[in-house]
Design a protein around this ligand. Structure first.
Ligand SMILES: *[C@@H]1O[C@H](CO)[C@@H](O)[C@H](O)[C@H]1NC(C)=O
Ligand SMILES: *[C@@H]1O[C@H](CO)[C@@H](O)[C@H](O)[C@H]1NC(C)=O
Ligand SMILES: *[C@@H]1O[C@H](CO)[C@@H](O)[C@H](O)[C@H]1NC(C)=O
Length: 620
């Protein structure tokens, strides 16, 4: 009797996972993801409790102690061990300490491209307990100056190759009392100090931990700039806890300690810096750093440096798929790709062409308080619902009115969740475990990202500005971005910043900027509807000159549409939705249209240009 009972019990136990698996083919992936999340949760809790606080630079120093001879950074033909990276960064720290009198809590702006000096300088600042403000190396003039006022930096460290950008703003910076240091040789610039000599002469004697004794989980570690809806960049405050959480993504994605990661995404964005560099330090792995993405060199680099993990944004994967096929396309050791924005068609192409690479698609904003991750490799999905994740991070998809550009409220004034399969706005509850720190010195923009009284009086949610939908298996799919920004070539562009720049051009009276979809491209490219001043013609040359000088290439409007009057809503908000839908087809639109031809400027749009764009012959 007992044997029979035992037999039945064992059979049930054996069959149970099978039954579960039949009902849910992702059961094992879900379970293993849940276990990883639990482990990360335990680590996070431990970090919170630990005194003194263990910051990412302490993790780096632990690696220096345990694996001094392991390669930390490979760049072009140079390579640096953990130990060498430690002494390089100490020298920078000592030079800065001496020349800039830096102390714990100071903020230093970094305007440096992807090169070892970036990493040494950041590590140096971290060793001194300073906050690094990571400036986008594409921005110039007014936007660049604005970045100083938001983070309160009193020191700027710039790469020698960005001397021109610094020179332009130097008089204003000097007036504001910002001290400027240039890295690299031959960079004598009146009003700026070159730091290379000082670094070379500095000692690499380890610095005392006391220098950063006051740093805790909530101290700001970094400012990372995101595109602002009012025009100028906003500085997202990344504190140490948040830095760790993003760095843990490598663990969640399955990166191992023997991996080699390839970082070519800009280090001033959270993907390259937090998920890439900080994640790599947490895992103690080797980083292959590249100045800039190159489609033709990508796989050669992966082969040359034995890269096993790559990061991506959707556009990059498409560029890779668009390169001419080669016999050695599958000869590489890349086993894992982590990133976001990969569309289903490119995803499938990529796997077919480059082999069995596990793609981990993630979704989340730099400043956001929640994200999702697709750990199942389901093509096209940005994330998957997981019961454990849901418990710690309460996100919802709510009904959204794209015409009025606001969430739909019911008779009691509350929002409603969309049913499965319907598109809704991704929002995440702001709470103790999912805080939203907002933007530095910008209350208004911080408030704008908060949605109040969502499901009950007094609750607050983070408004992602993204429309997603879910399917019956719990997968989430990205649909579109709303509001005043559009995404092109992996960068968010604020429509009002572009518009402000256009308004400077003499002939333009009003400008309405929006993003339009282009077949074969991720995101949207910029388009502007313009109202010209009375009796003036569109000055293509002046417009091109201005846009070229003041806007990074991804933000320049590729299409211009001239209108007699710009459509506005009852409350005088510019209407963008309809214009965006109408696009740039000269056969449909009767207004005059112009196209920004690379290196040429704005030329009148023709049916030929239109077809060459839609057929992918003219690559934007
Ligand atoms: C750096 O600046 C010092 C003066 O502060 C100057 O003597 C030296 O030549 C400069 N070095 C380089 C490489 O520009
Ligand atoms: C953490 O440090 C910040 C300054 O960086 C300070 O304002 C805050 O009070 C500290 N918090 C705790 C819990 O010590
Ligand atoms: C890459 O791996 C191969 C074989 O495992 C090895 O011979 C080579 O030295 C490695 N290259 C680098 C740059 O580590």
């Amino acid at each position: 009797m007992f044997a029979y009972f035992l037999f039945t019990l064992l059979t049930c136990v054996a069959i149970w996972p099978l039954l579960l698996y039949a009902r849910n083919p992702y059961f094992l992936a879900d379970l293993s993801h849940a276990i990883t999340l639990l482990r990360v949760g335990v680590r996070t809790a431990r970090l919170r409790r630990r005194r003194p606080f263990r910051s990412i630079v302490d993790a780096f120093l632990d690696r220096v102690a345990t694996q001094p001879q392991k390669t930390f950074l490979v760049f072009e033909e140079s390579s640096f061990t953990y130990s060498q990276a430690d002494s390089e960064s100490t020298k920078v720290a000592r030079a800065l300490q001496q020349r800039a009198r830096l102390k714990e809590g100071d903020t230093v702006a970094l305007l440096v491209a992807n090169e070892p000096q970036f990493v040494w300088t950041w590590l140096a600042l971290a060793k001194l307990g300073c906050t690094a403000s990571l400036l986008n190396t594409n921005i110039r003039a007014k936007s660049l100056l604005h970045c100083f006022s938001c983070c309160g930096a009193e020191v700027l460290v710039a790469g020698a190759d960005l001397r021109g950008a610094v020179e332009e703003v130097l008089p204003t910076l000097s007036q504001q009392g910002v001290r400027v240091f240039i890295l690299g040789e031959g960079s004598d610039l009146e009003g700026a100090e070159n730091l290379s000599d000082k670094i070379r002469q500095a000692s690499d004697q380890p610095l005392s931990r006391q220098l950063r004794a006051g740093i805790n989980a909530t101290s700001p570690a970094l400012y990372i700039y995101t595109s602002g809806t009012t025009g100028l960049p906003k500085a997202a405050v990344i504190n140490h806890e948040r830095l760790w959480m993003t760095a843990f993504l490598q663990t969640i994605a399955g990166v191992r300690s023997d991996d080699v990661i390839y970082i070519y995404l800009p280090l001033y964005h959270s993907a390259g810096f937090l998920m890439g560099l900080c994640g790599a330090i947490d895992k103690g792995i080797t980083v292959v750093l590249r100045r800039k993405f190159s489609a033709s060199q990508f796989w050669n680099d992966c082969r040359k440096y034995n890269v096993t993990v790559i990061q991506y944004i959707g556009e990059i994967m498409r560029y890779l798929c668009n390169t001419p096929k080669r016999d050695n396309d599958r000869e590489h050791k890349v086993r894992l790709a982590i990133g976001n924005g990969l569309r289903a068609d490119t995803w499938a192409d990529f796997l077919q062409r480059f082999g069995d690479i596990s793609v981990i698609e993630c979704y989340g904003a730099t400043e956001g308080n929640a994200g999702v991750i697709n750990y199942c490799g389901k093509i096209g999905a940005v994330g998957k619902d997981n019961f454990l994740h849901r418990m710690s991070c309460r996100y919802k998809l709510i009904r959204y009115d794209t015409e009025k550009e606001e969430p739909v409220r019911d008779s009691r004034g509350f929002c409603t969740e969309v049913p499965q399969g319907e598109t809704g706005l991704f929002v995440a509850k702001i709470g103790e475990r999912t805080p939203f720190y907002g933007y530095a010195k910008n209350r208004q923009q911080t408030e704008k990202k908060k949605l109040r009284d969502v499901f009950e009086k007094g609750d607050v949610y983070f408004n992602s500005g993204d429309l997603l939908k879910s399917d019956n298996e719990g997968f989430l799919f990205f649909q579109d971005r709303i509001g005043d920004t559009f995404r092109w070539k992996g960068e968010n562009v604020a429509t009002s910043e572009v518009a402000d720049n256009l308004l400077v051009v003499d002939c333009i009276e009003e400008a309405n900027v929006y993003g339009v979809k282009v077949p074969g491209h991720e995101g949207r490219t910029g388009m502007a509807a313009l109202k010209l001043k009375e009796n003036m013609d569109f000055d293509a040359k002046a417009t091109y000159q201005h846009v070229k000088n003041y806007l990074p290439s991804y933000a320049r409007p590729r299409f211009i549409r001239i209108q007699d009057a710009l459509a506005v809503t009852g409350t005088f908000k510019q209407l963008k939705g309809k214009l965006a839908e109408e696009g740039f087809n000269p056969a449909v639109i009767t207004d005059a249209l112009f196209f920004l031809e690379d290196n040429e400027g704005y030329v009148p749009m023709t049916p030929e240009i239109y077809t060459s764009i839609t057929e992918g012959r003219n690559r934007l």
